[in-house]
Design a protein around this ligand. Structure first.
Ligand code: DGY
Length: 426
């Protein structure tokens, strides 16, 4: 069965509207009852197709909770809910409105440029973007100051949750260094909303919590966290999002005659792109993570090394990445699995250890299209819409069976469907 584009769009709109809290949108009711950073930025893209002002508000609300040092937190706890763990009391960041103390993939620069470029209301877009520009610039500056203290051009994540790819195989080895002694007793909530077999393990949760407690004990002072963290990983996907956002912000700032912001972000993007090359693996036909503590590349081919095609990487890299996706496609029915399906550690239903995610598909397809790899991009978009028709608006999907996994009625999945349809997919 296939659904007509108009029907798909209308179902997607229902999901976006039912999760809309007025000035921000929850990723899904129950499992994630607050505002999440990169969820919101990507959600705004979907919202812009039916309400441009609402889309700008989604991103503005997030930035109202930016920290004085420039960091934009990964969760804003706007309202009380005991349905999610770890809640504000565990983070204890002392912010006026409670927030978490870590960040998430900085996709805001990209999202804001896309909103601006296609805005029908030009005056509104110019007014809203002018206010966001310095805030996004401050976030980018924060990354290079706090997460790249030796000026390598690449930033480190200090907690797997920052990557957005919480339980990726990429983190397994480095995570061994994170102890679990002294973790306060806790009750997980995620496994009450979603099938535990689709979620991270208890052992991983203990380590997630140890890091939160450790950073909390340092007063969430970002000038101390990097060196004090036993987990410092350079994720090519995360860096590619930052590089793309810097490059996009530079163009946007140039257009609005904000030359300091334009020049600073262009330089960040150029340095980042040059440094990204140190993560390329000819053998894998993709980029790899690097453990900053050991200095070694992490020998695992995950979607984190495919995602750099979203940044303006050299065309030969985009070409190789497209071929890698084609190889992966021989083992799965739906693209793009979050882990190389040939790897024995691949798990088709467990969160970021195999499942396909529409947000990843969107960013990868965007990069492939820009690099002349439109055939693979179309295959990815086709897979995305087939998954929706088969299994609804899930958080993620088993790339072999297409089964829905994690939470249901998921906001960013719906937002990406609207984006794909807007690009003419059907
Ligand atoms: C979770 O709780 O699963 C999130 O990914 C952390 O933000």
């Amino acid at each position: 069965m296939t659904l007509a584009p108009a029907e798909l769009r209308s179902l997607a709109l229902d999901v976006l509207k039912e999760n809309d809290q007025g000035t921000y949108t929850v990723p899904t009711k129950g499992l994630y009852p607050f505002q999440w950073n990169w969820d919101s930025c990507l959600t705004a893209l979907g919202q812009s197709h039916y309400d441009e002002a609402r889309a700008w508000t989604e991103i503005e609300t997030l930035f109202e909770h930016q920290w004085p040092d420039g960091m934009v937190p990964h969760i804003v706890f706007h309202v009380y809910s005991d349905g999610y763990f770890p809640g504000p009391d565990v983070w204890a960041t002392g912010r006026p409105t409670a927030t978490s103390g870590i960040t998430q993939p900085p996709v805001a620069g990209f999202a804001v440029k896309r909103l601006y470029d296609r805005a029908k209301d030009r005056a509104l877009a110019t007014e809203r973007v002018r206010k966001l520009l310095p805030k996004i610039d401050a976030w980018h500056r924060w990354f290079y100051e706090m997460r790249d203290p030796h000026g390598e051009g690449l930033v480190a994540i200090l907690h797997p949750w920052e990557s957005g790819r919480d339980n990726s195989i990429d983190w397994d080895e480095a995570f061994e260094r994170v102890p679990t002694d002294g973790v306060e007793p806790y009750t997980r909530r995620d496994t009450q909303h979603a099938d535990p077999a689709h979620r991270p393990t208890k052992e991983q949760y203990d380590r997630y919590l140890w890091l939160v407690q450790h950073f909390r004990s340092l007063g969430w002072d970002n000038s101390k966290l990097h060196d004090a963290s036993p987990f410092q990983v350079i994720d090519p996907g995360f860096n590619a999002i930052l590089i793309r956002s810097c490059a996009d912000l530079a163009v946007l700032a140039h257009e609005l005659d904000e030359m300091d912001i334009a020049n600073a972000n262009r330089a960040r993007a150029e340095d980042g792109l040059a440094a990204l090359e140190t993560l390329w693996s000819d053998e894998d036909g993709q980029y790899l993570c690097r453990d900053r503590i050991t200095g070694a590349l992490i020998q695992n081919a995950s979607i984190g090394g495919i995602l750099p095609v979203f940044a303006p990487v050299p065309s030969e890299r985009a070409y190789e990445i497209a071929r890698t996706i084609e190889r992966w496609a021989t083992d799965v029915r739906y693209l793009v699995p979050s882990e190389n399906p040939h790897d024995p550690r691949f798990e088709a239903k467990r969160y970021w250890r195999g499942p396909a995610w529409l947000v990843m598909n969107y960013m990868i397809a965007d990069g492939l299209n820009a690099s002349g790899e439109g055939t693979v991009a179309s295959q990815i978009i086709r897979s995305s819409l087939d998954l929706i028709t088969q299994s609804g608006f899930a958080e993620y999907y088993d790339p072999i069976s297409g089964d829905p996994c994690g939470g249901g009625r998921f906001t960013w999945t719906a937002a990406m469907v609207i984006e794909f349809l807007d690009q003419g997919a059907s």
